[in-house]
Design a protein around this ligand. Sequence first.
Ligand SMILES: Cc1cc2nc3c(=O)[nH]c(=O)nc-3n(C[C@H](O)[C@H](O)[C@H](O)COP(=O)(O)OP(=O)(O)OC[C@H]3O[C@@H](n4cnc5c(N)ncnc54)[C@H](O)[C@@H]3O)c2cc1C
Length: 473
Amino acid sequence: MIRHDMVIIGGGPAGMAAAEAAYNAGVSDILILERDVRLGGILNQCIHNGFGLHTFKEELTGPEYAARYEKKIEDLHIPYELQTMVVDLGVDEDGDKIVTCMNRDKGMYRIKADALILAMGCRERARGSMNTPGFRGAGVFSAGTAQLYVNINGYMPGRSVVIVGSGDIGLIMARRMTLEGAKVKMVVEIQDHSGGLKRNIIQCLRDFDIPLKLSHTVTGIQGKDRVEGVYVAKVDEGYNIIPGTEEYVECDTVLYSVGLIPENELTRKLGAKMNERLNAPETGQDLMLSIKGVFACGNVLHVHDIVDHVSEEASNAGRNAAAYVMKGSVGEDPGGYVDSEEKNVYRPGVDEDKLTCIMCPNGCSLTARLGDDGSVSVSGNLCPRGVKYATEELTAPKRTVTTTVRLLGADCKTLPVKSADTIPREKVYDVIADLSKVVVDAPICVGDVILKDAAHTGVDIVSCADAGAAGKR
Ligand SMILES: Cc1cc2nc3c(=O)[nH]c(=O)nc-3n(C[C@H](O)[C@H](O)[C@H](O)COP(=O)(O)OP(=O)(O)OC[C@H]3O[C@@H](n4cnc5c(N)ncnc54)[C@H](O)[C@@H]3O)c2cc1C
């Protein structure tokens, strides 16, 4: 049986950061196992910007953030096996961890390891978890599945959409479907507030006049072969449907964005002690499970809102696992769990006049007013950039455009791209229209210019991913 000092399951941001940190701490015999066709995890389909403000001090798209870590893995020559699914985990009588995996080349095979790092991420709750009555017609997707279809496979799941759940994934998909030409009828949220970031309420809903129905839920889905519409009703404080408030909304697609669950079937097979409420393994501050030498990090441990926290936590797991391999213990005062800071969510009735500064990770909540003379008064900012941001937002708002263009000559049909700088908000649709005509040939590298002076804005469009080179994307 092949043996490695350390095996990491999952090549998303958590797996890659853990590998880098373990290598830098002195363990070079590492193997990453990833079931997808590329490293990067969920970030490959999150083509929007908003990643990396803490780690890289700049705003990146998901694929760009993933590419930075992929480069580290390549530069350190850390081996990884793609399209390799781990199907079972165990521990033998000597305390060695046994990983059972399979891929097309080798079939089913086993690997022994001194230490394991679990970095399998999470999965979405589906329609079934909501018990929405109705037929099982086509057109019902989880938001992440729709994101995969649009951003990676280049397919449109539908044209007329209702989104259930106003967390960040739901909000981001509302904008994405709109930019791709769909009509998003509404976002329905059962709570009296959105779980998404304030900036996403503004940039994903308000920019496109998409209604947010708070304290509402979908009570039924109509349509036998294909979704034809949904019933939407108001709920009271106990989430009970208020009779007489039901309305019918025609649509051909329903996207569910109703929460994420850590991916822990393998952890259960291993026999690790679980926190049943969170569907996650119990760990100490050192991120080690109840089974010695097995560590967990990232979304498999708890769902993180911000990928920078995933990377930080995973680096701690990598260092701790390296200490375990080299010394048999983690040592005193190890770094561990990285919790999300309180989220800057939108509060109806309170935040209408407020702006969230997006110039740095502080995310200051600004109160900004435009005077009759055109002057702007701003408070709540921790630095002068807040004034600049609020003034621009009230007088001439600008946005970064992120989308995909058609790609030829690679194993993926789409290439994620972004505007190299912000552009006037009213030009967003023009830029998208220009880009809908663009077809690019691989190979392409991150940062390559795809379109110059998009829609006469003076701003170029650049690639956010490598494509074609070394078989990527
Ligand atoms: C739609 C969406 C939008 C987001 N927007 C933002 C944002 O704007 N800013 C921000 O900072 N963060 C954002 N996040 C959060 C951030 O992207 C995630 O927290 C982060 O990607 C989690 O990293 P991870 O490595 O734990 O999991 P993942 O990225 O999910 O990676 C897990 C990897 O494990 C692999 N895997 C799983 N099981 C197996 C197995 N059995 N065998 C082999 N491989 C396996 C998977 O294929 C995957 O590649 C967003 C997340 C989502 C879903």
